[in-house]
Design a protein around this ligand. Structure first.
Ligand SMILES: [Zn+2]
Length: 297
C-alpha cells in the first residue's frame, strides 16, 4: 500500500472510532451503542459523500469493536478460571487443616506442661517433708542413744520414731505415685512433641507446593490481567462500560451470540416484535430475558 493511502486509511479508522466513542446520552445500554452506531453511520455517510469509502471504515471499526468485545470476554473468563484454580488448590485446605491441628496440639502441650509442673511441685513438697522427717528421725535416734537406758525417755522417743517411720512410708508411696505420674506425663510430652513436628512438616510441605503451583497461577493471572488491559484499551469507552456493568451484574458471561432466535447464554427464545427490535439494533443488542449483551451476526 502506498504510504499516503495508509495514512488516509488510518485517519478514516480514527474518525469512525471517534464517532463510535461519542456516546449517546440515553441511559439504556443497547440504545447507547445503537445511537453510537447511528452517529457513526451518519459520519460514515458524510465521509462517503466526501471520500466515498466512509461506510467501509465504519464497518471495519464496528467489526473490530465486536471482535475486541469477545476477546475481552475470553480474557475475563481465562482470568476467572485461573482464580478458581488458585482458590481450589488442594494445598490450601491441607494448610488450613494442618494449622488447626497444630493449634489443638499446642493447646494439649500447654495442658501437659501444667500437669507436669503440678506433679513436680507436689514431688518437691513430698521430698522436703521426707528430708525433714529423716532429720527428726536422726535426732530421735541420737536422743535414744544419749538416754542410756532411761526407760521413759526411750519409750517416748521410740513412739516418736514409729510416727516418723509411718509418715515416711506414706510419703514414699506418694513419691512412687508421683514418679509414675511424671513418667506418664513424659511419654505424653514426647508424643505431643513428635506430633507437632509431623504436623509442622505437613504444613511446610503444603506451603512449599502451594507457593510453587500458586506462584505459576499468579503469574498466569497477572499475564491475563495485562492482556485484558490491552484489549480494553482498544474498545470504545461506552462499549467497555456497558460490558463492565453487564459482567458485574451477571458475574460471568456478559456477551453472547444470538443463535437463530435464542440467546446464546440463557437460551431464552426471542420472538415477534422483540426479535424484530433486537435485529434492528444489530450488530449489538440486549437479551430481553437475561439482559446480557447480544452480538447479532
Ligand atoms: Zn439471554
Amino acid at each position: 500500500m502506498r504510504p499516503g493511502a495508509a495514512r488516509v486509511k488510518r485517519r478514516r479508522g480514527r474518525a469512525a472510532r471517534r464517532g463510535l466513542a461519542q456516546a449517546g446520552r440515553r441511559p439504556d445500554v443497547a440504545r447507547t451503542w445503537e445511537t453510537d452506531l447511528r452517529a457513526a453511520r451518519g459520519y460514515g455517510g458524510a465521509l462517503r459523500r466526501r471520500r466515498g469509502s466512509g461506510e467501509r471504515a465504519f464497518m471495519q471499526a464496528r467489526q473490530e469493536g465486536l471482535a475486541a468485545l469477545l476477546r475481552l470476554q475470553q480474557a475475563d473468563m481465562d482470568i476467572a478460571r485461573v482464580r478458581r484454580e488458585l482458590a481450589g488448590l488442594p494445598q490450601r485446605r491441607v494448610i488450613v487443616e494442618a494449622r488447626e491441628k497444630r493449634r489443638a496440639i499446642e493447646q494439649k502441650r500447654e495442658k501437659v506442661a501444667a500437669l507436669k509442673e503440678d506433679a513436680e511441685r507436689k514431688l518437691a513438697g513430698v521430698g522436703e517433708e521426707d528430708a525433714l522427717l529423716a532429720g527428726k528421725q536422726r535426732a530421735a535416734q541420737e536422743a535414744i542413744d544419749a538416754a542410756k537406758g532411761d526407760y521413759r525417755s526411750v519409750e517416748a522417743r521410740t513412739k516418736e520414731m514409729n510416727g516418723f517411720a509411718k509418715r515416711r512410708a506414706t510419703l514414699e508411696a506418694e513419691l512412687d505415685r508421683l514418679g509414675a505420674e511424671l513418667a506418664r506425663i513424659g511419654e505424653v510430652e514426647a508424643q505431643v512433641a513428635s506430633a507437632l513436628v509431623a504436623v509442622q512438616r505437613q504444613e511446610d510441605e503444603a506451603t512449599a507446593a502451594f507457593q510453587e503451583q500458586g506462584g505459576a497461577l499468579k503469574n498466569d493471572e497477572a499475564r491475563g490481567m495485562a492482556e485484558r488491559a490491552r484489549i480494553a484499551e482498544t474498545l470504545p469507552a461506552d462499549l467497555l462500560e456497558a460490558y463492565e456493568k453487564t459482567a458485574a451484574r451477571t458475574g460471568g458471561v456478559a456477551v453472547a451470540l444470538l443463535q437463530g432466535n435464542a440467546c446464546g447464554a440463557c437460551r431464552a427464545t426471542i420472538e415477534g416484535g422483540r426479535l424484530i427490535d433486537l435485529k434492528a439494533s444489530a450488530p449489538l443488542g440486549v437479551c430481553p430475558a437475561c439482559k446480557r449483551l447480544l452480538v447479532i451476526v
